[in-house]
Design a protein around this ligand. Structure first.
Ligand SMILES: [Mn+2]
Length: 230
């Protein structure tokens, strides 16, 4: 079987992992799971991973849903799954929130998650990038929380992905979407799994989305769910 040849790099000034798409057969990028192991299992069933398939998560594996620990264990113990750090992992690392059920091994795993995973032409980060700057000219906080082009974190558009013109093509979560963002330079994957939306994967080679509908675990106000322009 193929194992990743990637090694942690710090080329951007923050932890970053580079992968080579040629090392893998199918490569999927998956949106925010937020502690929903049943949705994750349903999606993984759909993907039916082979030994040489890879799944890259956009972060926010944890919090809000009922099973953060189970989600971490699925991802952590698989040699075919990688994740970047989300703002919810960052909150835990910073001590702003606690999840005592996780345990030290899972906690260490979260601490070691890279800010970005990239390949030739592609970049996975949790939040996004400011269209006016190259990815390298961002600090981790920005990459984890980017949403609007101006103030970064608000749900009032325009959103960074409405203006970003690449390269690289950026795969992201964080902003809850009614349907995936499918643009030449931006692919948005947080379709509100924990809010009763869907858990979505993007097949990088086939250039298509696969998703599973999910149960609502927490409510979300409609003004915090973005309906992206086609
Ligand atoms: Mn999230």
């Amino acid at each position: 079987m193929t194992t990743t040849t990637a090694t942690p790099e710090h080329a951007f000034g923050w932890p970053h992992r580079r992968i080579d798409l040629d090392d893998w057969n199918d490569v999927y990028v998956v949106g925010d799971v937020h502690g929903c192991p049943d949705a994750l299992d349903a999606l993984l069933d759909r993907l039916a991973l082979a030994e040489d398939d890879l799944v890259v998560f956009v972060g926010d594996l944890i919090r809000k849903g009922p099973g953060s620990r189970a989600v971490i264990e699925r991802v952590r113990t698989s040699d075919r799954m990688l994740s970047v750090r989300g703002n919810n992992e960052q909150k835990l690392i910073d001590g702003d929130v606690s999840l005592p059920s996780l345990g030290p091994t899972a906690y260490r795993y979260l601490e070691e998650l890279p800010i970005a995973i990239s390949w030739e032409g592609g970049l996975v980060v949790h939040g996004g990038v400011d269209p006016s700057r190259p990815p390298s000219a961002h600090d981790p906080e920005e990459l984890l929380t980017m949403r609007s082009a101006g103030d970064g974190s608000g749900y009032d558009g325009p959103f960074w992905f409405d203006r970003y013109e690449g390269p690289p093509r950026v795969f992201f979560g964080h902003t809850v979407l009614e349907r995936p963002v499918d643009r030449e330079w931006a692919v948005g994957l947080d379709t509100g799994c924990v809010y009763g939306g869907a858990l979505t994967a993007y097949d990088v080679h086939a250039e298509r989305f696969l998703s599973v509908r999910t149960d609502e675990h927490v409510p979300r106000p409609p003004e915090k769910i973005v309906s992206p322009e086609p």
